[in-house]
Design a protein around this ligand. Structure first.
Ligand code: ADP
Ligand code: MG
Length: 695
């Protein structure tokens, strides 16, 4: 499918716009503005009042103002670099127009002595004389209307001026076609929104400060259009996954009962609720596409196991993918005994399985002899075939975007999909990131968890910290030591980690200290982890590879160096590695003094709460969404107009609107459906078009 013709003008070359030549076009490309469409969606962020005043005395100075004046004599600078002054007289007083480094002949031409001009620019008092410095507008009185009474101010990039942007937006506005409305009429009426083209006109022609607010109806409508396009993409992806021939997977519960009977504890209410929701989805005719969200330690693994057993009870298979080798192995170790007791065959497949061994596993899998496969992304390689795959689980995939999820869904054509994440994200972000999925939340932790004491310590007090570790080692307890995140580069982090490792070995005894980092050979990494898990090493120095999921109940201290450099959510995840056993645990957030006030406040949030949601919300508030979203990693798109922090309610409306539209018109054939296709093209969501149900 190709772009609809009515949108051609909006996707034409930038140079088609008045005032934009190849050079300006290249500058605009730097800020992602490549077509008239982008110019239109680059909205002014401020405005300058340029209403005509009678005199510079009418407004409190300094300020930007517009005034009509009679031009008097010119005076060239008396010294090099001095000011060029032009005398001027408005209805009440005289003032000076001031230029630096100006060309006299040019100024004489635009400001001829004895003429009348409308001038607009910043006026300030200097030695009690009002001065207008480098006026932004100088026009003849007859052309007064050339100066907008409220001038929109655009975000700029080097090489592009406000005037250029103004002219370009005006000419782009003339290219906007009349489009059939895609918004639900009831929604549009209720919100009292203008049409798309009126909204663009309005957003680019503010007349007051209020028109610049996100709640101004023109801007709100455009924001909604962006959110709607995004949610429509998610809804299409969702329909794509759920649609087609789903399988009804229902178990009789016998494996689940056996596993639960063998557990030393009872599932929490939240775990039971999540399992019920999953079981219901799996039993339904549509494919499951569900997110299981639960803070660290909330017990997602048990939910995953029980879900996989449903698949096995139904005579099928299940697969669970972990993000790292370490975690895959840990899942194997945790789950295999439970599976074995129940009589279920569970095996591991990772990139390290090679040759014969790998072949053997693949054959067993294809014959259906392996019921549950656990592994890394190796489990989704093209030659891995299942006899009857019913359920695919992805653990800790908060770094996955909707595209990757779709790719994964494509693997097991009809298998149900469950994604698990430990990142507690605020609702607005969840909607943006996981709007295609149904969500189950584990909002309750297993009982009996000891609170973790969290303290802030300056790195100058490292000796005291080491002393604590000595006591800890003597008590036969263990400790994680996470090294600073110096840069986004594992290599740089590594040097820091190796350095720390050496020093801790010297201070605490070489045999007590282990090291694990992302650059280690796989076997070495496992061995280091295994030694720590067995309690042979007491201190594990690590880069953030231990961030997700590692479980060592005997570890009771978590030291995080340069904690001020980590995100709060990440610190929370790291802290979740301790407090898993019977003993009280401590998390020491080591910072490099001096810590800024804000930095301290941030870290104190962790001291005050262990609630991942509170931490995530606070983190977001303090850092702003900008930091979190828009990065390829987060899976959250960057919007040009919409502000998902403040417009999460709109996002929710867009989600239900998009889902309803697709339910009524799955192939987007109705008039509104066709209009929605245009919206997708317009908002560059054309990849979504391929998911439109052709049936
Ligand atoms: P996460 O959600 O971080 O993946 P895990 O599944 O690793 O959490 O569970 C953390 C710990 O809690 C594990 O040691 C697990 O055995 C234990 N656990 C899970 N469910 C319960 C429960 N209902 N009661 C007590 N302990 C539980
Ligand atoms: Mg886990």
């Amino acid at each position: 499918m190709s772009r609809p013709e009515v949108l051609y003008p909006l996707f034409a070359d930038l140079t088609r716009l008045t005032g934009i030549g190849p050079k300006t076009a290249r500058s605009l490309e730097q800020i992602g503005v490549t077509h008239p469409r982008d110019v239109l969606l680059t909205l002014p962020y401020a405005g300058i009042d340029r209403q005509l005043r009678t005199s510079v005395l009418d407004v409190a100075l300094p300020t930007t103002l517009t005034v009509a004046a009679k031009i008097g004599p010119h005076r060239s600078p008396t010294n090099k670099g001095g000011a060029y002054r032009v005398h001027a007289e408005d209805a009440k007083t005289t003032f000076q127009i001031v230029y630096f480094h100006a060309r006299a002949d040019y100024l004489k031409r635009i400001l001829p002595e004895g003429s009348r001009r409308i001038l607009s620019g910043k006026v300030e008092l200097f030695d009690s004389i009002a001065q207008m410095i480098h006026p932004e507008h100088v026009v003849e009185e007859a052309a007064a209307s050339d100066i907008p009474t409220f001038e929109p101010i655009y975000p700029l990039t080097a090489g592009v001026t406000q005037k250029t942007m103004f002219k370009a937006t005006r000419s782009a506005l003339q290219m906007v076609p009349d489009l059939v409305e895609w918004i639900d009429p009831a929604q549009k009426d209720q919100a009292d929104w203008p049409s798309f083209s009126e909204a663009l006109q309005g957003a680019h022609s503010p007349t007051t400060q209020d028109d610049l607010a996100t709640t101004a109806s023109a801007r709100e409508r455009l924001a909604y259009d962006e959110l709607m396009a995004h949610q429509l993409t998610l809804a299409l992806a969702r329909a794509h996954v759920r649609g087609g021939t789903g399988m009804r997977t229902e178990g009789d519960g016998h494996f689940r009962e056996r596993v639960i009977a063998n557990l030393p504890y009872k599932p929490t209410r939240a775990q039971n609720r999540a399992i019920d929701e999953i079981a219901e989805d799996m039993a339904g005719p549509q494919r499951m596409n569900r997110l299981l969200q639960g803070d660290v330690g909330s017990g997602k693994t048990l939910v995953a196991l029980l879900a996989m057993l449903i698949a096995v009870e139904a005579g099928g298979q299940a697969v669970m993918m972990a993000p790292t080798e370490i975690l895959a192995r840990q899942h194997l170790e945790g789950l295999q005994p439970l599976a074995m007791d129940a009589g279920v065959c569970l095996d591991l497949l990772t990139g390290r399985d090679k040759g014969q061994e790998r072949r053997r596993k693949l054959d067993a899998l294809e014959r259906g002899e392996i019921d549950v496969l656990v592994g890394t992304h190796a489990v989704f390689q093209s030659d891995v075939a299942f006899a009857d795959l019913r359920l695919a689980i992805v653990d800790e995939q908060h770094r996955f975007g909707v595209r990757q999820r779709l790719a994964l869904g494509e693997k097991g054509r009809r298998a149900d999909v469950l994604v698990m994440t430990a990142t507690p994200i605020p609702r607005s972000l969840a909607l943006a990131q996981y709007g295609d999925m149904d969500v189950s939340v584990l909002d309750e932790k297993p009982p009996g968890r000891k609170p973790i004491r969290t303290a802030l310590v300056s790195s100058e007090r490292i000796e005291e910290v080491l002393e604590r570790l000595r006591v800890n080692i003597a008590d036969d307890r263990q400790c994680y030591w996470v090294c600073p995140l110096v840069e986004e580069s594992e290599v740089v982090d590594l040097t820091a980690a190796e350095e720390r490792y050496k020093r801790l070995r010297a201070a605490l005894g070489a045999h007590n200290v282990g090291l694990v980092h992302g650059q280690m050979a796989p076997g070495e990494k496992d061995a280091a982890m295994a030694r720590f898990q067995a309690g042979d090493t007491k201190i594990l120095v690590a880069t953030t590879v231990i961030e997700v999921g590692v479980n060592v109940p005997n570890a009771t201290i978590m030291v995080i160096e340069r904690a001020e450099r980590f995100g709060l959510a990440q610190l929370h995840q790291l802290r979740g590695r301790v407090g898993r056993g019977e003993m009280a645990s401590t998390c020491l957030l080591m910072y490099q003094a001096p810590l800024s006030e804000r930095g301290r406040q941030r870290l104190e949030v962790l001291r005050e709460t262990e609630d991942g949601f509170v931490i995530a919300e606070t983190d977001l508030r303090m850092r702003g969404y900008g930091d979190l979203i828009g990065t390829a990693q987060s899976g959250v798109p960057r919007f040009r107009v919409a502000d998902i922090e403040r417009q999460s309610a709109l996002m929710a409306i867009a989600q239900s609107d998009a889902r309803r539209l697709l339910a009524d018109d799955p192939s987007l054939k109705s008039a509104r459906g066709q209009a929605a296709r245009i919206l997708l093209w317009l908002m560059r969501q054309d990849e979504a078009i391929r998911f439109i149900n052709v049936g």
